[in-house]
Design a protein around this ligand. Sequence first.
Ligand SMILES: *[C@@H]1O[C@H](CO)[C@@H](O)[C@H](O)[C@H]1NC(C)=O
Ligand SMILES: *[C@@H]1O[C@H](CO)[C@@H](O)[C@H](O)[C@H]1NC(C)=O
Ligand SMILES: *[C@@H]1O[C@H](CO)[C@@H](O)[C@H](O)[C@H]1NC(C)=O
Length: 419
Amino acid sequence: MYLPLIFLVFIYCLAQPSHQQMTECKGDFCSNEVPQRPHCSKSPPCFRMIPEQIPGRRYTHVVFRFATIDPRTFKVSAGNDAGDGIQRVSGVKFSQAVIKVWVAFGGWEFNDEGPTRTTFSSLAASAENTTTFLDSLVSMMNRYRFDGVDIDWEFPTANDRGGRPEDYKNQVEFMSRLRSRMKDVKKGVSVVIPATDRYLKGFDLKSLEPHVDWFNLMNFDLHGSWDILDKSTGPWVKSHTNMTEIQTALDQLWRSDISPTKVTMGMSFYGRSFTLTDPSCHYLGCRISSGGNPGECSKTVGVLHHEEIERIMRQNHLEPTLHPEHAVKTVSWGNQWVSFDDADTWRLKRDIARSQCIGSFAVRALNHENDKESNIEALSLALDHKQMEAPNFSTTGQQGNVWRKPAPQQCRWSSCFEG
Ligand SMILES: *[C@@H]1O[C@H](CO)[C@@H](O)[C@H](O)[C@H]1NC(C)=O
Ligand SMILES: *[C@@H]1O[C@H](CO)[C@@H](O)[C@H](O)[C@H]1NC(C)=O
Ligand SMILES: *[C@@H]1O[C@H](CO)[C@@H](O)[C@H](O)[C@H]1NC(C)=O
């Protein structure tokens, strides 16, 4: 049986749930662009991690986001923007023997208005097209030696996301076929699920559970500038990650009797920012007019990397506010406001996750890292993870002391979900 040995899943490029900025992750390692290395100019150096720099012995899994599905033929391909990224990510296994490399399909943009909006719906609706998809997927996975596949359908049944009511049932059938095909070739399967109620209800969680190794719960991007046009949320300052809201999603999982060993807790390496309508109103619930100004390194409206947030706080002598109940930090300057995670909030989230028997954590995204690898360092400390042992090749015949996940913290199943 395939057991999830994961502590950390690295999600490769930031999914960009915003209609305004569709090209975000293309500048990073999903393109042909020569990555910008640190340099000595006046502007702050913007570190861009390339696949060859993925920190050693920190991650158990790396997920390449995204390969794509042709909306007409339902065959998979590396995608136009991937360049040699896909090849280089799969090459990480050469330098880090213990890492598993997975490939992801979908993401927010995939279901935006455009040619691929209904691709998942049509794929799941048709046995014939599912077969075409699976055949081409297996051949891609063999070619790049991928160890698993992550399905990020955002979101089944949601009519504002191109979904149809029948997605609810079709997704289960689709995942069941995907699972059995992946079993044949000894590869893993995961599904991304949202932490927002209205999208989560499009997933038949209990029926999906047997067909996945785990669910990747998206604990980030709960709010952003896309709220402005959304009647159910509105143009108000809200944190993009918030344990109170995440707990609602977790409760939904537990009500559906999902095993916590099949859930990864998402942790973000970036903040989401807003431009305030009135700088004097800079609290939760104040009005926003747009996403925040792009960072010098993020170069994306509404997104700031942790390093940029730190720099802004230093320059403006700011102290962020910790919201202990919601496990998030926020800070405001001028007409800007941002919410983010750090070592303190990761620790809070860890405690809550572990109290509910979740032992696996996922990161979005590894490439939002600085050259000192401060994010993964701080997160590892917060999660009390030591670096995995390097393989010891000095023994003959046997594989060395390859890192193994220690037994999960003992949680008595009987007591985990009572109440
Ligand atoms: C399956 O794909 C074909 C094209 O390859 C398309 O004509 C057909 O409508 C698809 N089936 C469904 C149910 O979407
Ligand atoms: C977290 O979410 C709750 C429920 O939506 C909300 O009342 C609270 O203000 C939020 N806190 C932060 C810091 O965003
Ligand atoms: C590697 O394995 C050999 C043989 O078992 C052992 O003697 C050695 O101490 C190990 N090295 C490390 C760094 O653990």
